[in-house]
Design a protein around this ligand. Sequence first.
Ligand code: BG6
Length: 491
Amino acid sequence: MTNQTPATNEHPLDMIIFGGGGDLAARKLLPALYMAHTHCNLPADTRIFAIGRKDWTREDYLKNFMEQQSRSFIDAKAFDANSWDKFLALFDYVRVDVENPADFKRLAEAVRSGSQRVFYLSTSPELFTMICNNLDSAGIVDANSRVVLEKPLGHDLASARAINDDVGRHFKEEQIYRIDHYLGKETVQNLMVLRFGNAIFGPLWQAPYIKSVQITVSETVGVGSRAGFYDHTGALRDMVQNHLLQLLCIVAMEPPVSLDPDAVRDEKLKVLKSLRPMSVADIARDTVRGQYTTGAVGGEAVKGYLEEANVPADSRVETFVALRAHINNWRWANVPFFLRTGKRLQNRRSEIVIDFADLPFSIIPDGPRHYGNRLTITLQPEESIQLQMMAKEPGSGMYMQPVTLNLDLQQAMQQRRAEAYERLLIDVIRGRLTHFMRRDELEAAWTWVEPILNGWKELGDKPRGYTAGTFGPATLSALMARENLAWAKEN
Ligand code: BG6
């Protein structure tokens, strides 16, 4: 690491995107940067260097990639030709073979001296070490540089540690932005405001006032063209280890002393460390693995996972996982957390459901007493917060009916909502680490997840088939029914 004077935010920004010709860049990063540019959230004098292996000129990149592959991912209503032209003008393309140090010398000549550098590593994590070594040897990592690491960060605890060690040789922890795009979602950030900006929830946000918590991320998409990656990953690594556990942390953490990155991350870490380790018997009882089979989603026939391109015919990789987790601390003693996520399910829906405890005693003799208060925080497709309450049914008699207090956030606040990547990229540029994972958090998440992977292996567990377009394997409901509980809306 060279020791230059740290640049301030007024210094020109050089954003260097490894994987600049990749799928994530096309779908998410470039559209997010375009929106940030259009809304004047990129520093003046920004330059963006797309790094790829293809032997392209700058013009080839603008035409073949930005125009033809990325532009269509920008919301048509937000697109402005003039702004797009100015955006294109920020770009350069540098062909780099990451194994070739000489290519990094060329990159070093392209970036500006004294600039604030952000290296975005949107490549396979196996390349992170080599990229960081070569960047540093080329003399372009300084005390002011930042590096963004895309998930998946490792395949297990050992590989995650190795990546963290290697990257940590070149960048200090406060220079490292481990991205989990769920932390950039508006409603996820809003969950912190809901919990810590409203006094009424504080006293109730714990056992025994909460009976159970459900976290669902259900997708309608299949594996698409990502089988090469997905078939070595599966739903537990792809979604639970990061996105779902991060959501669980935000639901379960103690109030941090402030919104400072370490204050928030210290509290999330405590939750991850309090997750009750699962024994093989727990894994057999409290996890459900599934794999989609041929079916129909949204009225369209779709292939089963095993028929998808590049998936081995005998693959045992799970495309669905549900499990029951427990947090061993005072606040959450005996409150089950049910997590589920899967591909090719009936609906695209991400939500957190908090079920409050039953009435200790009911003086109202009529009506369905089993309805409790339920807080539902929907992250997507729409953003809303709903609180189910009991109210008297009009008329004579004392009948209760559940009614819903419905906070439609889009309606209540009509400002533009930035996509998660846009918000997180702006955070990186402004040096705000609160919504990024710290090394110890990531490793604590792997520490809890890895025994589940091993347990499945030990049990010789084969994922159960579920028809595409349904809610998942039939055994899913048993996971909750055993405790006299049921999944919300059964989705
Ligand atoms: C990614 C996973 O991290 O998140 C994908 O790798 C998944 O498999 C995606 O489809 C879901 O993100 P979102 O924002 O569409 O819910």
